[in-house]
Design a protein around this ligand. Structure first.
Ligand code: FES
Ligand code: FE2
Length: 378
């Protein structure tokens, strides 16, 4: 079979179709290596990515090191209390200057040949470099990335020309702030690996509760499916529903899912799931074309003691197990010759439509920006 070009692949999706007429993104976008490569640079490498909790980088000198799309990244609170982000790549011969995943430092000393950087990224010392000509230490600081904090989350963006984090969080900033997120304490992190493309997990999250009565029978007993709402704005989506704890099919569900449900999604891969006194965040990371890592961080209000928190995490884990099974089934179906694209429920799937348009937009940019040889089939 002759390979279509990446540009052809990207133009298969109609960006202008309204929800009533829209199709899903094509099945091959969940399976094509070129799409994954383009996403690495033009989606994950050009959007706001949550990399830490603010409490990990609260004091001057505290830092977190991580990776975004294979790029080593370092975020640090400066002596001036300013939050800064850098590529964690030494300007001498490219070793990582911070090797611990988190910690506290007064300077960063590269473990390879001892170059030393200040917390503001400037090069402070380069041993045995006095005889080197045309070398200006001022131009050899760590390369910066954008870093910002919103609520208790620290985000970075590798694209220095990117729109502000505010424009991502947008209209939902106030709604999220009114839930008192920062009063909740971090309790635990859990990670899951799914055998599906990362977009399958995001699609599943954004289907407006469509799958809840079928996939999550227990959760469905407390959500009001008919009053479930979906709002979209800019690069975010908010799904919400009243919660009726009294009709819960099991006790620990009724005790841990109260008040209302608010599910926030921020393009491309960060979610907040809130009930009264309960918050978990989901960070969705590609781990291969058909593998996804999802990181859950669980937070609780003061009314949740250790046992209540444990019960709530068990409820979330049960729901996650149900989502894992359905996402893996979808990935298998996306590989079938019988499937190319699907349609979207106008009542339910506006969030998914927004996701697909934002993604298609970024992939079109990738088709223009990235050299053709970087996006040729293997
Ligand atoms: S690579 Fe960092 S000092 Fe040589
Ligand atoms: Fe689900």
């Amino acid at each position: 079979m002759a390979h279509r070009t990446f540009r052809d692949l990207v133009s298969e999706y109609d960006l202008l179709a309204p929800l009533e007429r829209a199709s899903t993104i094509p099945a091959n976008w969940y399976r094509d290596r070129r799409v994954a490569q383009a996403e690495a640079s033009c989606v994950f490498g050009a959007s706001w990515q949550c990399v830490a909790r603010a409490d990990q980088i609260a004091e001057p000198g505290q830092f977190v090191s991580t990776e975004i799309s294979g790029e080593p990244i370092l975020v640090v609170r400066g002596a001036d209390c300013h939050l800064r982000g850098f590529f964690n790549v030494c300007r001498h011969h490219a070793a990582a200057v911070a090797t611990a995943p988190c910690g506290s430092a007064s300077v960063f000393k590269c473990p390879y040949h001892g170059w030393t950087y200040g917390l503001d990224g400037t090069l402070r010392g380069a041993p045995d470099f006095s005889a080197v000509q045309d070398f200006d230490p001022a131009s050899y600081g760590l390369a910066p990335v954008l870093a910002e904090q919103w609520q208790q989350f620290v985000f970075v963006n590798l694209d220095l020309g990117a729109p502000t984090l505010d424009s991502y969080v947008g209209d939902f900033a106030f709604r999220a702030a009114s839930l008192g997120l920062t009063e909740l304490r971090f309790v635990e992190r859990r990670e899951y690996e799914l055998k599906c493309n990362w977009k399958v997990f995001v699609d599943n999250y954004l289907d407006g509760g469509y799958h809840v009565p079928y996939v999550h029978k227990a959760l469905n007993s407390v959500l009001d499916y008919r009053q479930y709402t979906v709002e979209t704005a800019g690069r975010a989506c908010l799904q919400s529903s009243p919660v009726d704890s009294a009709s819960a099919v099991d006790e620990s569900l009724g005790r841990t899912r109260r008040g209302a449900a608010y599910y926030f999604w921020f393009y491309p891969n960060f979610m907040l799931n809130w009930y009264e006194g309960v918050l978990d965040t989901n960070l969705v990371l590609p781990a291969g074309i058909d593998r996804t890592r999802v990181i859950f961080d669980f937070y609780f209000g003061p009314e949740f003691d250790e046992e209540a928190a444990r019960n709530s995490i068990a409820v979330s884990e049960h729901i996650q197990d149900e989502d894992v099974a359905i996402c893996e089934a979808v990935q298998r179906g996306l590989g079938s010759r019988a499937y190319s694209t699907g349609r979207l429920s106008v009542r339910r799937e506006a969030g998914e439509h927004l996701f697909h348009r934002l993604l298609a937009n970024d992939l079109r940019r990738a088709a223009e920006l990235l050299p053709a040889q970087a996006l040729s089939p293997e």
